[in-house]
Design a protein around this ligand. Sequence first.
Ligand SMILES: Nc1nc2c(ncn2[C@@H]2O[C@H](COP(=O)(O)OP(=O)(O)O)[C@@H](O)[C@H]2O)c(=O)[nH]1
Ligand SMILES: [Mg+2]
Length: 316
Amino acid sequence: MEAKQQKISIVIPLLNEEESLKELHQQIISVLNPLNCPYEIIFIDDGSTDNSLQVLKDLHKSDTSVQIISFRKNNGKSAALAKGFNEASGDIIITMDADLQDDPTEIPQLIEQINSGYDLVSGWKKNRKDPFIKRHTSKIYNGVTSSLTGLKIHDINCGIKAYTREVTETLNIYGQLHRFLPVMARWEGFKVGEMIVKHHPRKFGKTKFGLSRFAAGFFDLITVLFITRYTKRPLHLFGSVGMLSFLFGIIISVYLAYERIFLEKYLTNRPLLFLGILAIIVGVQFISIGLLGEMITESKKGEIDYPVKLILKKTS
Ligand SMILES: Nc1nc2c(ncn2[C@@H]2O[C@H](COP(=O)(O)OP(=O)(O)O)[C@@H](O)[C@H]2O)c(=O)[nH]1
Ligand SMILES: [Mg+2]
């Protein structure tokens, strides 16, 4: 037993999961009670239109460790997680889906992983119980994300994850960036790991993340790539693209000018001329956008903070 007992916070964002909640709560407490540590279970009802809130209220009445946050309208999973992280008072924060697809029996091992030195441990649904199309689009998505961000994780958007308190306090989630918490965490300098977890087919209701949300995920990937790499130096991205385009345009124009002057090839009926002009204009625009970005960064430099782990000052 450790000297100080760790408190565990379970954070569960949900949307219309009335049939699953009672069973989920039962499963969670039957895993947590034997651990003999203080815990809380925070449900974030994200504007459900079914009976979820009433079911949660009943749970709250019967179990003092249950807390509920209910949004007036649907704000999205990222907002729900952010609110839950804010509210959680545990030393270790564990998130999971509310649809019984994640298995609470993984909780003790997640805690062990965190205690062995990881700051974030992400579940990996190796044997995933979802429809064929979802499994495969997700595989492509995970592959692309992993290779573009350099984070070697197989299943970035798995619902079941464990975080140290420091991680949840540091990460700033907005938009739909919950998909990229492990990327953001690693960028902040935290140690991120993954663990194979059991996955069950959806028992009740249906998935809320169909193909329509796939595009959202793609845009978020671009956002994450940009903010983790270039917010502090936007000109490096826009400037290099702009410079390439600009040079391409200049080469075309020089070539056309050479032929016009020395070979008397007139510029009428030469589509290449337009390409040259376009490339130069686009290049100038990109460079200007990069410079504007630099100006924004410069004027905000007082607000930029760097992830600090520990400061030991001189003791007098
Ligand atoms: N807070 C919040 N949770 C959501 C929303 N959409 C889905 N969820 C929850 O996120 C979890 C995963 O959603 P699910 O539809 O099962 O996605 P799938 O497992 O990827 O098919 C479940 O617990 C849902 O209740 C939403 O808009 N807001
Ligand atoms: Mg699910």
